[in-house]
Structures are given as structure tokens and as C-alpha cells.
Design a protein around this ligand. Sequence first.
Ligand code: FAD
Length: 318
Amino acid sequence: MSEVLVLVEHSAGEVKKVTLELLTAARRLGSPSAVVVGEPGSTAKLYESLAAHGAEKIYAAEGNGLDDVLITPQVEVLASLTTQTSPAAVLVAASVDGKEIAGRLAVKLDSGLLSEAVDIDADGVASRSLFGGTYDAKAKVTKGTPVITVLPGSIEVEQCIGAAGEHAVEMPSHDGATNARITGRQPAEAGDRPELTEASIVVSGGRGIGSAEQFEVVEKLADTLGAAVGASRAAVDSGYYPHQFQVGQTGKTVSPQLYIALGISGAIQHRAGMQTSKTIVAINKDPEAPIFDIADYGIVGDLFTVTPQLTDEITTRK
Ligand code: FAD
């Protein structure tokens, strides 16, 4: 069975959930091999989780200062492993870094690239959602080793014990990597809430929230559900919420199990970032708001009346 290379995303010694989703998808295509790139000593602590989610092999490439180098090392390691192992596909998270890594890798390999898949079948056919959810497209790479990025939250994680045989990979030279270096990191101030693109529930607020202070109604519901908080661009541009929480075409793409939109009209640019959510709930006082076209459950009403009731009801049922 051909290998399927899965680039591992990790932070603070933990494998990100999207990587576990990629391992699940990889099993449909062949034998999953996890590719971990990091500082010396940083990769071993990830093996247990990778093994528990079906990694048959783990390729570990470690090198000093790698955490401070932009994406080049990952591209070089994946390109070198692809040449050595001729995998059935390379799967990368459709995160900010992942999309750039996949693009560069596909150019380097002269391969076809499929971006932001929400599903992949055993024949390597990827499903994608286009034009704000207007079309569902299926596509397959016809040239070279398929490089596919997968939207975080799209695939349900399955546990499966893999052999997780470890192979140290020699770090290939990363040309140009020293031309740009990370000099500092400022974590997004999400408090104890989950990371927006990794969260299984997202509660977002739009211009209908009306002010930064009133965003508290969004945060309270989010905290009751253990959810991440998102915002529409209108809410961000109005200064109600920080821009790193913007969901949409020019913000983050989320695909949680549950997306709750409060006071968001549902413009196509917003839908582009959330339409693949499994269940969408919208609260809006305008019954004609386009968000209701894609909502599974819609409540027509004033969000300042409905949302606190919802928060209270969930709290009492806990
Ligand atoms: P509005 O469209 O103003 O909707 C507010 C809604 O709140 C209305 O439906 C109203 O009925 C409802 N409301 C008001 N008060 C209440 C209340 N008390 N109770 C219940 N409901 C209430 N937008 C994004 O979100 N993300 C993007 O990434 C993005 N990228 C863009 C990129 C480009 C190139 C362009 C041109 C636009 C982009 N936009 C993006 C903007 C997008 O077109 C919309 O303008 C924006 O999404 C609207 O945000 P909104 O729904 O919060 O505001």
C-alpha cells in the first residue's frame, strides 16, 4: 500500500486537531506517514498521539532554529520525502502556513494542487465548496503527486492504532530560509477559549451586535458552550472585535460542528469562511437575511432577547 504523507502541525508540544483529521483522511488513500519538523527534542512527545490516530510511520526532521524559520524547511522535507517514497498523496492543513507550504511544494514537485478540500475519498477525489457554498465541486489531481490541503474541522477524527515506526530524516538545506526569520510571536488573546480554526463550536457576532461592549453577549454564549468567538468583517471594521477573529473570505476559514451567527446578514464573503460548518444556527431580526438560506436552524428575533435566553437555558441543562 502506498504511503500518504501528512504534514504534522504542532504547537506547545501538542499535535493540532487538524493533523488528526488529516491522518483519518490519509487512511482512505493508503498508509499514513506523519512528517514532523521541529527543534531538536521537540518531536518525540508528539509520537504517542500520532500513533493513536493511525500513523504507520513517523518521519522526524529536527534542526536548530527551525521554529524561527518561515515555512521553507517543511517544503524541503516534504519535497525530499516525496522523491524518496513516491507517496499516493501529500496532505497538508489548509491553515495560513499550510496553504503556502502546499503551494510551494506543488510548484517544486510540478504536481497538481487541490486547495481547501472538505472531504477526500479512497480514489483521491476531493470535495470542495465553491462561491460561498453555491457549488460543491469534486476534483482529482491528474499530474504528479497530488498535494491536497484540507479545511480544519472538515473530517471527523477516528482513533486507530498505527505502528508509528520512527525514521529520522536528514534536514535538507533550506535555501533562502535565512532571508526571513520570525523575531517574535504574539499569541492571539483568546483567553481560555479554543483556537478559532480548531474549535468544534464557533459563536460569531456581526454588525448587529452594535458595539464592542455588547460583544459580551457573544462571549457569554461562547463560554457556556466551550466555543471560540468569531466576528464578521463589519464587526471587526467597526472596532467591535479584534481582526484576528474575523471569519470569511479575507479572514479565517472555519468548519466547526456548530456555527452560531448572531446579527450577521450572511454576505457571500462571510459565507466563504463558514459555509462548510456542519450545523449552522442564525439569530437575526430580519427574516429576509441571506444567512437563513444556509442556516439549519434560524431564529427571527432580537439577538439581545434571544441570546441570553439561550445562554441561560444551556447553563441550566448542563
Ligand atoms: P450587516 O450586513 O450590516 O448585517 C448585520 C445584520 O444584523 C443584519 O442582517 C441585521 O438584520 C442584523 N441585526 C441588526 N440588529 C440586530 C438585532 N438586534 N438582533 C438580531 N439581528 C440584528 N465579510 C466578512 O464577514 N468576512 C470577510 O472575510 C469579508 N471579506 C470581504 C472581502 C471583500 C473583498 C469584500 C468586498 C467584502 C468582504 N466582507 C467580508 C464584507 C461583507 O461583504 C459584508 O459587508 C459583511 O460580511 C457584513 O457583515 P455583517 O453581516 O456583520 O453586517
